[in-house]
Design a protein around this ligand. Structure first.
Ligand SMILES: Cc1cc2nc3c(=O)[nH]c(=O)nc-3n(C[C@H](O)[C@H](O)[C@H](O)COP(=O)(O)OP(=O)(O)OC[C@H]3O[C@@H](n4cnc5c(N)ncnc54)[C@H](O)[C@@H]3O)c2cc1C
Length: 325
């Protein structure tokens, strides 16, 4: 077992963690990034990315994350192949984290960038057609379905917002919900029902995504009526699963403040958690925007605030040492 000590420990290697690392390493904080089970984060499971600033042409998600990692390493970040299984933050700085490998990581500041995963239905065709007609992010992928017939699956705020957003690209949007009423806020429901491009299919459960992953992609959905049990097919070229996200915060339960959905709570407009010296950035603290560029932005903020925290901490330690002499 090895102990890795640093001024800045970062958990997570998506856009938030790597942006924090780039700023942190350049500020001399010897950033260590523990990568977790998905090195590079969520963008490594997508293909075309067209909205990350700086690239005129469509780029590939995995390529973007390789470049981000290379940039982080180039400025001095140490990348660790490990997954954190326990953290000790109760005693304040320095913070300790234990990896699956048995190694221990100690950081004067801790940056949490563990992200959030979209919830999926877990039915046949969903995984194989992901990126080929099946998506969990209308803001990310809606543009690719211009003029096409699309479906949104879900009944909460996210589903209704995704359906409304998709009307920017498609004239034929259908919201599919397994019950006969929506959980979404009334104002969103009013906008949805009044929208001429949106229809709603009630009491329908998606049982399978249909199409050819090696050919034309998604062609439709197999639906089951939740009241009669009757089976039907719904033709569409795009399907957006909008049944929520799960933030990766299991590790921090009872240790950091969280909201009812498990997202880390930060001081508004900052990445500061309720424990001084622990910062959160990216999707793990943001259930509203959930974009690579916003994750990178809050990663930058976390590193800048971490640097200020360390400067104060080191000044206090220096003063205390002088007083003791
Ligand atoms: C299919 C798909 C397509 C998308 N397309 C776009 C797009 O076109 N444009 C766009 O802007 N956004 C897009 N997004 C959203 C974007 O990917 C996310 O908003 C962004 O990746 C969030 O970054 P993050 O760094 O906060 O977290 P993530 O990217 O989720 O990274 C989380 C990191 O934390 C690590 N981790 C988790 N737990 C642990 C642990 N215990 N120990 C160590 N590490 C851990 C993981 O391994 C991972 O490296 C897409 C998302 C998906 C799923």
């Amino acid at each position: 077992m090895a102990v890795h000590t640093t001024r800045m420990l970062i958990i997570g290697s998506g856009p938030a963690g790597l942006s924090a690392a780039i700023y942190g390493a350049r500020a001399g904080m010897q950033a260590i990034v523990v990568q977790g089970l998905q090195p590079g984060g969520q963008l490594t499971i997508t293909t075309d990315v067209e909205n990350y600033p700086g690239f005129r042409d469509v780029i590939q998600g995995p390529w973007l994350m390789q470049e981000m990692q290379a940039q982080a390493e180039h400025v001095g970040t140490r990348m660790m192949w490990d997954t954190i299984v326990d953290v000790d933050i109760a005693g304040g700085t320095p913070f300790r984290a234990r990896g699956d490998s048995g190694d221990e990581y100690v950081g004067d500041v801790l940056v949490i960038a563990t992200g959030a995963q979209a919830k999926w239905l877990g039915v046949p065709g969903e995984e194989t057609l992901s990126g080929k007609g099946v998506s969990a992010c209308a803001t990310c992928d809606g543009f690719f379905y211009r003029g096409k017939k699309v479906a949104v699956i879900g009944g909460g705020n996210t589903a209704v917002e995704e359906a409304l957003y998709l009307t920017n690209h498609s004239d034929d949007v259908t919201l599919i919900h397994r019950r006969d009423d929506l959980r979404a806020e009334k104002i969103l429901q009013d906008r949805l029902f009044a929208h001429p491009k949106i229809s709603v299919l009630w009491n329908q459960r998606v049982d399978e995504f249909l199409g050819d992953p090696m050919g034309g992609g998604l062609t439709g959905l197999k639906l089951i009526d939740t009241v009669s049990g009757q089976e039907s097919e719904f033709a569409c070229q795009g399907a957006f699963v909008a049944i929520g996200h799960a933030p990766a915060t299991e590790l921090f339960k009872g240790k950091l403040e969280m909201d009812d959905s498990g997202y880390l709570v930060v001081e508004p407009g900052t990445p500061k958690t309720n424990v001084p010296g622990v910062f959160a950035c990216g999707d793990v603290m943001d259930h509203t925007y959930r974009q690579a560029v916003t994750a990178a932005g809050t990663g930058c903020m976390a590193a800048l605030d971490a640097e200020r925290f360390l400067a104060t901490l080191e000044f206090v330690r220096h003063e205390a040492a002088q007083a003791a002499e």
